[in-house]
Design a protein. Structure first.
Length: 144
């Protein structure tokens, strides 16, 4: 058995880049930043930012297009996906991104006003002023 699961809380580095593809599919891509701080041996506070490339499909992409903006804090769950290719010079390259399967918009009610739809289901806001959005489109990809 193996597990490929990523959980992040971070802030969007830009508005989502959304593309509407032939066949009615929608894909959204954007980066989020996660921050970590610690004190080094000399007593200096060190802050590090890590950037993560996210990919959302179909209903999640449409929600992202409508509600997510630069600076917004979100919680995401997904899985790592790696693309490999050979560039023009014949050098093998790869890039890793996170295929988001669910996300939750964090922040106050003014940032989250209204209901959000996912897979044709209206989701009311949670009591903690956040909304959970899930992608169930690739449930048929399960290997069992």
């Amino acid at each position: 058995m193996s597990i490929n699961k990523v959980i992040l809380i971070g802030h969007l580095g830009s508005d989502p880049e959304v593309r509407h593809l032939d066949g009615g599919r929608t894909v959204a891509n954007f980066n989020i930043a996660t921050n970590e701080s610690y004190v080094d041996k000399q007593g200096n506070k060190i802050e590090q930012t890590e950037w993560h490339r996210l990919e959302l499909w179909d209903s999640l992409a449409k929600v992202a297009e409508k509600y997510l903006t630069k600076g917004r804090q979100i919680y995401v769950e997904g899985k790592l996906k790696t693309d490999k290719w050979t560039d023009k010079e014949g050098i093998e390259r790869n890039t890793t991104r996170i295929r988001v399967l669910t996300f939750q918009m964090l922040g106050g009610r003014e940032e989250n006003s209204g209901n959000v739809a996912s897979n044709n289901v209206n989701l009311p806001p949670n009591n903690d002023n956040s909304t959970v959005i899930e992608d169930t489109s690739d449930m048929d990809d399960l290997p069992f």
